[in-house]
Design a protein. Structure first.
Length: 220
């Protein structure tokens, strides 16, 4: 687990995955294609900036994979419509946005999530965490439980994105059980149902910094 203030989430991904990040406060909605901007035309300014940051990061990362510049639009479920032969994932909070992209010939799904390094509210534990996860957290020192709870929430969000990107459907929070490795940045995964994809394996990693929680999953 990393705790460095200047941690860069590229460390969560292998070399065949491109990662790009930016502070959304430095971005204007006018920085992106009008067709992209139209997708959030009725949103508040903060949401528009975060959306624009995601599109800018995606464009830069895809360019490094030699993808011609083009609008990144959305499917009916509002998920990004990645170019044919590519997959990706976007996550943002008000002062950080990150995007990972890769060729589908190398990776079948990607999931990335960023959260503020704050406690997961206790009233969310029953919804987000399984019985085993709550038991594991309650065994920790009290000061560490809340942030670790949010870490598990973030990891599930990252896994769901990865799973859907690999062709899977929706999963409930209680259908995925996460374990945090005590001596590495790996995420151990136990899914309580038969997954509807033929992926060989899911690899998960995480990092906690003074400001953020980062989690990532790769499906191969």
């Amino acid at each position: 687990m990393s705790s460095a203030h200047d941690f860069v989430p590229t460390a969560l991904f292998d070399d065949d995955i491109e990662f790009e990040s930016i502070d959304p406060s430095t971005v204007s909605p006018n920085d992106i294609d009008p067709r992209e901007r139209a997708l959030v035309a009725n949103a508040v300014e903060t949401r528009q900036r975060e959306f624009a940051a995601g599109r800018l990061c995606a464009r830069r990362a895809l360019t490094r994979l030699e993808v011609p510049s083009a609008p990144l639009l959305a499917d009916a479920d509002r998920m990004p419509r990645w170019p044919d032969g590519f997959t990706g994932t976007i996550s943002h909070v008000h002062d950080f946005c990150g995007v990972a992209v890769a060729r589908r010939s190398h990776v079948s799904g990607l999931g990335f999530d960023v959260e503020p390094a704050l406690d997961l509210p206790r009233d969310a534990w029953r919804i987000v965490l399984t019985n085993d996860e709550r038991t594991s957290l309650n065994a920790l020192p009290e000061f560490d439980r809340g942030v670790r709870g949010r870490l598990i929430f973030s990891a599930k969000e990252a896994f769901y994105k990865c799973y859907r990107g690999a062709g899977g459907g929706w999963l409930d929070f209680n259908e995925v059980d996460l374990r945090l490795s005590a001596d590495s940045d790996n995420l151990e995964l136990c899914v309580q149902k038969q997954l509807g994809v033929n992926t060989v394996r899911f690899e998960g990693r995480y990092a906690i910094t003074p400001r953020f929680i980062f989690t990532a999953f790769t499906a191969r």
